[in-house]
Design a protein around this ligand. Structure first.
Ligand SMILES: [Zn+2]
Length: 261
């Protein structure tokens, strides 16, 4: 049985999951870009993606088919838990954007997650039930003179009063000229919104964000990544697996049972 046939259309609609065909199309663009890059590391990823099969998956983060497979199991495994938690406690969808460009040597994906967790601990928020993932974009704006890789976090938190936690986040994710609103905390207002929000926490793809002045106002437009940007980003994420994106703390069915209404 193929991986895609395990995921039926009803579940896809419920989880807002991308189609298997969309994932394959994204792979085709990457395979060609990596192969033509002249970079040995990327050519190697390209070969592994070409050989990726349901019975022998390549397991790379660069592979949209493997990422989709991971996203499906993530959503299937945790949506029920979050719906139960939502009945007991307010849930918020949080976005945090780091304004400093990624330094590939100093802060790879797993170090970024460790750094954030350490920050939460320092402020006493390491017991907050939280789950989500890391997202990347290639940004173009007036602050830096070349496109740069930007790190973001998207996660759900269950909390009665998120104000102090928001302040803690702002310490780690301060405002910059390129990121005027680095921290957003939005209350989830219904079950459908919760399902959508959980889907957004682990991105199906990364994009290019171009911040520019339009009619004297800054606006950010979103585009697919070009070949050069695909190569730069996945050279940085070459050894990562889809599950590396996931970021969570203090959340399990046992934790939820302990929640009082
Ligand atoms: Zn794969």
């Amino acid at each position: 049985m193929s991986k895609s046939s395990v995921i039926n259309s009803k579940q896809k609609a419920r989880f807002h999951l991308e189609t298997h065909e969309q994932a394959k199309e994204r792979n085709e663009a990457k395979i060609i870009a990596f192969w033509n890059s002249g970079d040995k590391k990327l050519a190697n990823i390209s070969e592994k993606m070409m050989a990726c099969r349901p019975q022998n998956p390549c397991g790379l983060l660069a592979c949209s088919v493997c990422l989709r497979h991971f996203r499906y199991h993530y959503l299937k495994r945790y949506i029920g838990m979050w719906l139960r938690l939502y009945q007991k406690c307010p849930v918020y969808y949080v976005t945090a954007v780091l304004r400093v460009p990624v330094n590939a040597k100093k802060m790879p994906l797993n170090d970024f997650k460790m750094w954030v967790k350490k920050h939460f601990k320092q402020y006493g928020f390491d017991k907050v039930p939280l789950m989500g993932g890391v997202d990347y974009s290639v940004n173009i704006d007036e602050t830096y003179n070349r496109p740069y890789i930007c790190q973001h976090l998207h996660f759900l938190i269950a909390m009665q009063y998120p104000k102090a936690f928001t302040e803690c986040l702002k310490r780690a994710f301060p405002v910059g000229e390129n990121v005027p609103r680095p921290v957003r905390v939005d209350a989830i207002t219904d079950r459908e919104g919760l399902q959508k929000a959980l889907n957004y926490t682990i991105p199906a793809f990364f994009e290019k964000r171009w911040r520019k002045l339009i009619n004297e106002r800054h606006r950010t437009k979103h585009y697919p990544l070009g070949n050069k940007q695909l190569c730069e980003l996945y050279r940085f994420l070459a050894t990562n697996k889809p599950k590396d994106l996931m970021f969570s703390q203090n959340i399990s069915n046992q934790d939820i049972k302990r929640f009082k209404k």
